[in-house]
Ligand binder design. Structure first.
Ligand code: NAD
Length: 395
């Protein structure tokens, strides 16, 4: 029997609801931030959603700086430049505004600006986070504009180490924002590809957390409801970006995925991280590609759990019915079925495959997979996802 011993951490204060971005000045005061650095990505920086948010700060006479040198899949040099901006402007906190890229980089600037060790020393390995000076971490107000990563309620930030081409997960309990404004109106401008990819990211978080071994019934409950919300609302948000109800439910599902994945993630993420780092693919969309292959690989270990999940959502046919529903959902959302459909002109020789498999098995998420992810298994999963072959799937 699984030991009934675990450690639970639950999200932070979330001001949830359409229009609540207007509370940003109040949230800053509540988080004791007087001179925020507003961190976002350059694409968003050009959109009206940023202009109207900055106007709220102007109207409230808040002195702020803006930093937007943030790549999708942010890299170490973005962090260095962001810390310089933070120090130059004598900021005392961060507004992390955006999808996972803007959120993570904003969170990491607030975390790292006062540290003396390199950020890589705080990778999510063992108790490395205790190396950080907790008192030197600036407060964070997070404002998500995508509904996927759930980074707004997470205690981690993901950043690519440029020299080694590896995505590193940096962890510290104080990377958790003090306050979140989750306003679904901010997500209506997301183009369909990003809506689909980010929504599938929320799904991947929930399903991997739910399947991860370990005792965490709260995470399991959250994951199951998160998956139901994705099945019911992601196709609606994809078909009509202005459907605010669907957008709101997806925003919840995203936060739920991140709350749930403190239980663990698995091979979807272990494969997605190296592929994202090497090919700069969208994280959620890459997860979506790998999902059916990994579910099939884990089948023996998760069949019963997935049958329970399917029954809750109202999907008939147990594991097989669920696996079919995943394929149908992907198709509806235009998710590429095989890796070469995601990465055009993909030419992966054996050496490259071995590199990805090697990176996957040491990724911190690999330990959460319900079946041990060996190098051989990772290679098989890669081969299947390149060929588009889902073992056991009919038709
Ligand atoms: P993203 O932040 O990279 O954004 C993708 C694109 O969407 C960008 O071009 C951005 O400008 C645009 N965009 C964002 N919001 C928009 C809006 N409202 N309207 C129009 N365009 C908009 O994408 P993402 O999927 O949210 O984040 C991916 C990043 O998050 C990756 O780096 C990934 O590794 C990381 N991640 C972090 C965690 C975590 O726990 N911290 C979890 C999962 C993923």
């Amino acid at each position: 029997m699984t030991e009934l011993v675990s450690k639970w951490n639950y999200p932070t204060t979330v001001r949830f609801g359409a229009g609540r971005i207007s509370e940003l000045p109040d949230a800053l005061a509540a988080a004791n931030i007087k001179r925020p650095l507003f961190v976002t990505d350059p694409g968003l920086a050009k959109l009206p959603v940023v202009a109207s948010t900055l106007k709220l700060l102007d109207d409230a006479k808040i002195q702020y700086g803006v930093f937007s040198d943030v790549k999708p899949n942010p890299v170490g040099s973005n962090l260095t430049a962001g810390i310089e901006a933070f120090k130059r402007g004598q900021h005392d906190g961060v507004i992390a505004f955006g999808g996972g890229s803007g959120l993570d980089l904003g969170k990491l600037i607030a975390f790292q600006a006062g540290q003396t060790r390199p950020v890589w020393d705080f990778e999510d390995i063992g108790d490395w986070w205790t190396r950080a000076d907790s008192d030197a971490i600036a407060p964070i107000v997070a404002v998500p504009t995508t509904a996927g990563t759930g980074s707004e309620v997470g205690r981690a930030g993901v950043i690519t180490h440029e020299e080694t081409h590896t995505k590193k997960v940096i962890f510290h309990p104080k990377l958790l924002p003090a306050i979140v404004i989750a306003d679904p109106e901010l997500t209506v401008g997301m183009p369909p590809f990003i809506t689909a990819g980010t929504g599938m990211d929320a799904f991947a978080h929930c399903i991997e957390a739910y399947c991860a071994p370990g005792y965490h019934p709260m995470a399991d409950g959250i994951a199951v409801e998160g998956i139901r919300l994705v099945f019911e609302n992601l196709p609606k948000a994809y078909a009509n970006g202005k459907d605010l109800t669907a957008r709101a439910h997806m925003m919840s599902a995203a936060a739920m995925g991140a709350a749930a994945f403190q239980k663990g993630l698995g091979a979807i993420h272990s494969l997605s991280h190296p592929v994202g780092a090497l090919y700069d693919t969208h994280h959620g969309m890459t997860n979506a590609v790998f999902m059916p292959y990994v579910l099939a690989f884990n089948r023996d270990a998760i069949e019963e759990r997935i049958a329970r999940l399917a029954a809750y959502i109202g999907i008939e046919g147990g594991f097989d019915g669920f696996a079919k529903a995943v394929l149908k959902l992907r198709k509806e959302l235009g998710v590429p079925h095989a890796l070469p459909d995601l990465i055009k002109g993909l030419d992966m020789d054996e050496k490259r495959k071995e590199l990805i498999a090697d990176m996957a098995i040491v990724d911190p998420t690999a330990g959460g997979n319900p079946v041990k992810l060996t190098q051989k298994a990772a290679l098989t999963l890669l081969d299947n996802s390149i060929a588009g072959t889902v073992p056991g799937a009919a038709g």
